[in-house]
Design a protein around this ligand. Structure first.
Ligand SMILES: [Zn+2]
Ligand SMILES: [Zn+2]
Ligand SMILES: [Zn+2]
Ligand SMILES: [Zn+2]
Length: 290
């Protein structure tokens, strides 16, 4: 991670300087993208450190979500950068700016080599996060390759409009990544049912457990990506002993762990419970009488 951070910083400096010298918006766009790459490497490192901090009485869930907040910030930054690039490209379509292809070629060449080096070096890792990082780096490498090809074409033809065209393509690449990040983080902050968890399947699995008569007020959410939690009310026979009801709950917890839900809070009740029978939470608060 340290090498990745350092080498990516080198790309940023080279592409930013190259963009200023050559007046190439495509290079500046790529530099903008690399900047957010650096921020996200830094943020995920920070989030990793934060999530190791234990929970306390003020933060009972711990600090896992700091990573989610960091990712949301990064996604919104990417979207702002995309808007800036599109705005700038629009101006250049109307008024093509002369760019220096040699500098485009050199700066993008550095970006291409570093990304290929980083991406191919980690190619054999099976970890999901690393795999997506590798895909990202190869995507970045192809953006640099496109800038190089664009520089060559401009050198031979003086078609300066290629520069804003490339910028728009790069900004689409950035926007797609940003949209995915924002969508995932907002889903977690909205306490949405985690990706990969089928609400109906979980509920019918719980209802199929011997001794369970009904299940209501079910919530399934993520504390952070990959750490899923569930709370619900379970209706069991009121004549069961506490010991017997424990066995039902243990069975339920165990099956939920197998479905990827490791943090479970269950309220056991008999049929005389005062709540709505709906599986989904009813938003009305309980009536309050003495
Ligand atoms: Zn990137
Ligand atoms: Zn098991
Ligand atoms: Zn209830
Ligand atoms: Zn509820």
């Amino acid at each position: 991670m340290k090498t990745a951070f350092f080498l990516t910083a080198v790309i940023l400096v080279v592409e930013f300087a190259g963009g200023l010298i050559s007046h190439s918006l495509a290079l500046l766009s790529d530099a903008g993208h690399v900047l957010t790459d650096i921020i996200s490497i830094g943020l995920s490192w920070f989030a990793l450190r934060q999530s190791e901090k234990p929970s306390n009485t003020r933060m009972t869930y711990g600090y896992y979500r700091s990573g989610i907040l960091a990712a949301l910030f990064n996604g919104m930054l990417l979207i702002l950068i995309t808007i800036w690039i599109l705005w700038e490209a629009y101006g250049r379509f109307r008024n093509p700016e002369h760019v220096a292809p040699l500098w485009m070629f050199i700066s993008a060449g550095v970006g291409l080599l570093v990304n290929l080096y980083l991406g191919l070096g980690m190619r054999h890792d099976e970890d999901l996060n690393v795999r997506s990082a590798v895909l990202h780096m190869l995507g970045d490498a192809s953006a640099s390759a496109a800038v190089i090809v664009g520089g060559i074409i401009i050198a031979f033809t003086n078609w300066f409009v290629i520069d804003p065209v490339l910028s728009v393509l790069i900004s689409i690449l950035i926007a797609m990544g940003a949209w995915r990040i924002v969508k995932q983080t907002v889903a977690i902050l909205m306490e949405g049912t985690p990706k990969g968890i089928d609400f109906d399947k979980v509920v019918s699995e719980m209802k199929s457990i011997p001794g369970v008569q009904d299940v209501h007020d079910v919530h399934i959410w993520s504390i952070t990506s990959g750490k899923n939690a569930l709370s619900c009310h379970v209706v069991i026979n009121g004549d069961m002993t506490i010991h017997e009801s424990q066995n039902v709950l243990r069975d339920m917890e165990h099956r939920l762990v197998h479905m990827g839900i490791g943090h479970v809070t269950i309220q056991a009740e008999d049929t005389a419970h005062p709540h709505d029978d709906s599986e989904l939470c009813c938003t009305e608060e309980l009536a309050h009488e003495h």
